[in-house]
Design a protein around this ligand. Sequence first.
Ligand code: RB5
Length: 151
Amino acid sequence: MIAIGCDHGGLNIKTAVIEYFKENGIEYTDYGCDTPESVDYPLYAYQVAKSVSDCSAQYGIICCGTGIGVSMTANKIKGIRAAVCTDEFCAEMTRRHNDANVLCMGGRVIDEAKAVQLADIFLHTDYEGGRHDKRVQMITDIENGNFVIKD
Ligand code: RB5
């Protein structure tokens, strides 16, 4: 299950990604918005991030004008590693190295075809683990207030 949401600035690319989900039989929950009327992106980013955080969804995809506001919001939620991606390399590497669980994209930055391409890469790339485990754990420790700087 993939959780997806957007504000008005990301509605175009979210619609394209949902079309890709339908064509490929990927199950999803759409948290809105559904119209081009101006809305507040934290409302949608919060709902997607919460559903990943509580394991209702495996991954989240959130779209706004730049991808930045939704990523800032999502990264406030426990357990969320949200990454703004604008190209294929970043979409792949944030899964392989950061174990990102939320992909953020901007409808005023990339077009519909690129958004679908990045979503496809993100959803089909595995985390590498290994040396990256320690680094991802450091992010978690910072989030939990347990981080200690060692000499
Ligand atoms: C909405 O105009 C815009 O601010 C929003 O979509 C997003 O880009 C914020 O980061």
